[in-house]
Write a protein that binds this ligand. Sequence first.
Ligand SMILES: *[C@@H]1O[C@H](CO)[C@@H](O)[C@H](O)[C@H]1NC(C)=O
Length: 359
Amino acid sequence: MGQFSMFRKYRDYVPLWNEQVSTAKSKRRWTPGGIAIGLSIILNVIFIWRWWVGVTPTALDNYQHLNEYSLLAPDVAILPASSENAIVTSLYTDAFATAVATLGHTISKVNSSASKIMIYLPEKTSPRAVCIASASGFTPHPVARIAPPHPGVHRHFLDQYSKLQLWDLERLGIKSLVYLDADTLVYRNFDELFSLPYRFAAVPDVFLDDRGFSSGFNAGMLFLRPSREVLKDMVSKIGTADYPAEDAEQSFLNHYFGKEALRLPFTYNGNMAIKKRTKAMWADLKESIHVVHYTLVKPFLQGDYAEVPIDKLEKNIKSKMGKHGGIFVDELNEWAQAWRETEEKYGDTFAECGALASS
Ligand SMILES: *[C@@H]1O[C@H](CO)[C@@H](O)[C@H](O)[C@H]1NC(C)=O
């Protein structure tokens, strides 16, 4: 009754909003028309932003052949690597054994005097695969698996947190190391990296999608100074650090070394994605590249990360030639050539490995 009398009192006033139905201030603002206008403004801002970004490519998407000078200053002496320096790779599954052997052969060819170490998971790899992978000179070093801190990590990356064990190699007397994923090949000596005065360095990542050339780094090639103290600190934080739970070790490392990572030139981690994005940049890089990273095509794998038997490897490489419109034929031929040399040199060892247990 009181409310009716109130309305009668302000007879001339026609309310825009019915106070009795909608009392919450915020609620009454969201009419369908208001939502439509709001959405339209947001979509326009996004559209204009994307148009602006789209017409302003990065210097790398807009790569031009301008700088003709060598990467390294010509008058600075480079210390040769010693046994306190190591080139390290990893074996978490048998399927990568031939790739590790091939990588090892390409490292020998560039005459680095660094030690060659392969960390591996004894419970995940067979004696046969460890034997094949170490045939070309990697010393196998078993490590304990580090499990992903959260469920949901992609099944291809379930063992990748074990990469943190690189910091444990301080116990072997290693002062600085260059880590290379098994799906890389070395084209040139990179001894200059071992005397970097930093604790950690890596190469910025490259994506095929909108992320493009990224400020985050790719964890397929790392320079680091092993330290068991740092390892302990990292392991104590993988469970509580704030980053997407489904991410692998690369994401954790990017967060851990967010402000400290030294960004290295692309030549030390020649990600195939560069070729797909910017052909001219790849062509220039390729003239003096140190490491090619077979990210988009893996010549030594078949199906869903399955092992290829040694006698089927050549055929398997050929079957990959048409991938990505055939733009990686050169790189696949280079891998095939490195594999042929590896098999020629270490084929007898591979045959002996074949007699070992394969599970
Ligand atoms: C590595 O050393 C061998 C033997 O001394 C030499 O023939 C070869 O040219 C060297 N390779 C490189 C890339 O320096």
